[in-house]
Ligand binder design. Structure first.
Ligand SMILES: Cc1ncc(COP(=O)(O)O)c(C=O)c1O
Length: 410
């Protein structure tokens, strides 16, 4: 992603030092060509079977990125009214939007009905009843898909595994009959699909094979009962290697999934988030201080868990490198932020060349679940974001002003 010329770090044709000087730090920087590559790759990988690709906005919902993604014919997977409004604002086609999530509110359901989205992924009997009631009031028929909890274990952080019974997601197969019963009382709801989402950062193919097989088998049974099932939604979760090592290509995931439906007329739907945007984004940060104690050396930078919570939340690894490579002995350091939490670290025990106050570092793979999970904790303004395309730089999100941080308060 980043290449060095004479020791200076560049993203596409722009030096990170120049960007930091112009826009300040912490700064999210996105590469349009990397984003384009991933979008093309996923579309091509799934091209041999009818597939709706619906980008999961939760990974990064910057409007400029969304516009670009939707311009490539990709749809949207949203989990809130806010994400739905943003998707529409950025040009997503309503017929390419699915609404996921366990806790939809009345106003969110009304909005989605008004906008005529493709489908709701529903997760409980009470949700079926609520959507049924609202659809009746609005005299509208609605496509829904039942989200199945297949109880499939995936090797990932337990906080992002979503396809197990200990999680809040979906219907266990044993409760499908109950869901069908409540659907009978809601004639406005048309059961058109089955869906599941196993979790995030999944590096195995087998769970996708198993899940698709299960969805297909269940869909066959439902068709036999007279339900016009058209679409199998296998969710997102395709893994990204944050160490930069080669991992399964999107093509490999596609093949594993397609194999299970190739002799059928079920359409596929996928909800990739991270795999489209993670690599395309970096976070640039300035070294504020260095210090050491008898145990450790610390590099304190101006980015923190408020810009990138993944290390604190999941002990996630992100590569960290200096923007200017200085010669000198490598030193083992913890790179930490200014927030008053011990969990506010961006990287621990990293071997880095000498760093000093004022130096810049870049943190890799911050395009997904970086800015979208950022907060104002410690009353910190959220970072600016820029989009780079070759030599061109566009600011796509302004740095928050301090006054913005308390303007809602009385
Ligand atoms: C329902 C659903 N779909 C899609 C995604 C996107 O997952 P990922 O970013 O790992 O592709 C998520 C993320 O948690 C999700 O909950």
């Amino acid at each position: 992603v980043i290449h060095y010329k004479k020791g200076i770090a560049f993203l596409e044709k722009v030096s990170l030092q120049d960007l930091a000087q112009q826009f300040g730090t912490p700064l999210f920087v996105y590469s349009q060509s990397l984003l384009q590559d991933r979008c093309k790759e996923i579309k091509e990988a799934f091209a041999s079977h009818p597939t709706k690709v619906c980008y999961a906005l939760k990974a990064n919902s910057n409007i400029a990125l969304l516009k670009f993604i939707f311009s490539m014919g990709i749809g949207a997977d949203v989990v809130s009214g806010g994400e739905l409004e943003k998707a529409l604002l950025a040009g997503a086609l309503p017929e390419q939007i699915v609404f996921s999530g366990v806790g939809k509110t009345v106003s969110e359901i009304e909005l989605a009905l008004k906008k005529h989205i493709f489908s709701f992924n529903v997760e409980s009997v009470e949700e079926i009843q609520l959507i049924g009631t609202i659809a009746k009031q609005m005299s509208q028929s609605v496509s829904i898909s039942l989200r199945i909890n297949p109880n499939i274990n995936v090797k990932t952080n337990p906080y992002i595994a979503t396809g197990l019974y200990r999680t809040k997601f979906g219907f266990p197969e044993s409760q499908i009959a109950e869901a069908l019963q409540s659907l009978r009382e809601c004639p406005e709801l048309k059961l058109k699909g089955l869906s599941c989402h196993l979790g995030s950062q999944i590096h195995q193919l087998l769970p996708y094979t198993q899940a698709t097989r299960r969805l297909r088998k269940l869909a066959d049974e439902l068709r036999a009962q007279g339900h016009a099932i058209e679409t199998l939604d296998v969710g997102g979760g395709f893994g990204v290697d944050y160490h930069g090592k080669p991992s399964h290509s999107l093509d490999a995931y596609a093949k594993a999934i397609q194999k299970e439906v190739k002799d059928t007329d079920y359409g596929l739907l996928i909800e990739p988030g991270r795999s489209l945007v993670a690599e395309a984004g970096i976070l640039v940060s300035t070294v504020l201080f260095t210090k050491h104690n008898p145990y450790k050396h610390f590099v304190i930078v101006d980015a923190s868990m408020t810009e990138l919570i993944r290390p604190a939340l999941y002990e996630a690894f992100h590569p960290i490198e200096p923007c200017l490579k200085r010669k000198g002995k490598l030193c083992k350091v913890d790179i930490v932020g200014p927030v008053c939490e011990t969990s506010d670290f961006l990287g621990t025990s990293r071997l880095l060349p000498p760093l000093q106050r004022g130096d810049l570092v870049w943190i890799g793979f911050c395009g997904a679940y970086g800015s979208s999970m950022s907060s104002n904790y410690n009353v910190r303004p959220r970072a600016a974001e820029v989009l780079v395309s070759s030599k061109e730089v566009k600011q796509v999100c302004k740095r928050e002003a301090l006054a913005d941080l308390w303007k809602r308060e009385t």
